[in-house]
Design a protein around this ligand. Structure first.
Ligand SMILES: Nc1ncnc2c1ncn2[C@@H]1O[C@H](COP(=O)(O)OP(=O)(O)OP(=O)(O)O)[C@@H](O)[C@H]1O
Length: 312
């Protein structure tokens, strides 16, 4: 039987009159990367806080590595937590940050040094090991933060928006590291606002909106939900995306544009409908500078589910 390392069953967390998590049910088997996708305020951090035993649930249950989240101390010995707000002490070197964590976890001096050196090597930080962490780039700090969360050989690791604000290259480095952790059998729960990140890394994705699970499945399953193809239309100037949205909606398509997007996407249920999209635009007198037909992307799924504000 598959061993479940993360389980939430109708998990609910209420803060005053805000329901941050509303009957959330999800699971992750050992060695899986579970991507938690959602916009600001969707409930991602609250879920991580409950699963890492920092915030108790209001109702429902949650288990990590088979233990109820109410068994805080036992769970904390089995998990690692890294994220946006790095636990790194900028005054200390990378090496000393790692040694400090290892010592706090009870390692002797020699063992702490050995583990720190091993992680610095693994995370490409050996060359900067003795420099104060405040001199590290954003990407290096995140790598050090992640390394610190791995000192105690956790079975489950929680990464709260691990690449928020990083440049594309630093993001790629972190993605490779996360991939390697999963191959080593560590279960990863990763929250992100970056759809590409979830698509790239996650075996399964849970989309949260307003504290509720609005979709879940493998990236392929989620993409299949919106149709067989996605048509992306970029109108010629001065027509904006709003005109395209109106035209396609009137023609019966579920069209949407991302925030700030110049183009409009619409998933179509079968390839033959692409011609109908073109006919609708032509009939409305909208010139098209670019039209792409692709497989549905996770972005299509997300925008379709989250229903962004119409572009005006
Ligand atoms: N301690 C708290 N007290 C009151 N409300 C809270 C508290 N923590 C979270 N909330 C509320 O719960 C909701 C979910 O917040 P949460 O931080 O979990 O979202 P998120 O998806 O992690 O967002 P972000 O991407 O901005 O971090 C929000 O409406 C937030 O204001």
């Amino acid at each position: 039987m598959t061993e479940l390392m993360i389980e939430a069953d109708r998990l609910t967390r209420v803060f005053g009159d805000v329901t941050a998590l509303d009957t959330v049910t999800l699971t992750a088997p050992r060695g899986a990367v579970l991507g938690l996708l959602g916009h600001n305020g969707a409930g991602k951090t609250t879920l991580v806080n409950v699963l890492t035993t920092q915030v108790p649930p209001s109702s429902g249950t949650a288990r990590v590595a088979g233990l109820d989240v109410r068994q805080g101390d036992q769970i904390r010995a089995l998990i690692g937590l890294a994220g946006q707000f790095a636990a790194v002490d900028g005054q200390l070197s990378g090496l000393d940050n790692l040694i400090t964590v290892a010592r706090l976890l009870g390692a002797g001096r020699r063992a702490a040094y050995a583990r720190a050196a091993e992680l610095l090597d693994l995370f490409g930080l050996a060359g900067a090991a003795r420099r104060p962490a405040r001199t590290y780039s954003g990407g290096m700090r995140r790598r050090l933060d992640l390394a610190m969360s791995l000192v105690g050989h956790p079975e489950v690791i929680f990464l709260d928006e691990p690449t928020a604000g990083l440049d594309p290259e630093s993001r790629l480095v972190l993605w490779r590291i996360v991939g390697r952790l999963a191959r080593d059998g560590i279960t990863v729960l990763l929250t992100t606002q970056y759809i590409e990140e979830a698509d790239r890394l996650a075996d399964a994705i849970v989309v949260l909106s307003g504290g509720r699970v609005v979709a879940s499945g493998t990236p392929a399953e989620l993409k299949a939900q919106v149709g067989t193809s996605s048509v992306r239309v970029t109108p010629v100037w001065p027509h904006g995306p709003a005109r395209v949205l109106d035209c396609l909606s009137e023609a019966g398509f579920r069209a949407f544009a991302g925030p700030g997007a110049r183009s409009v996407s619409t998933p179509v249920a079968e390839p033959g409908l692409v011609a109908s999209v073109v006919r609708a635009l032509d009939a409305a007198g909208i010139g098209v500078s670019e039209l792409n037909v692709t497989e549905p992307t996770l972005n299509d799924v997300y925008l379709n589910l989250i229903k962004p504000e119409p572009v005006r």
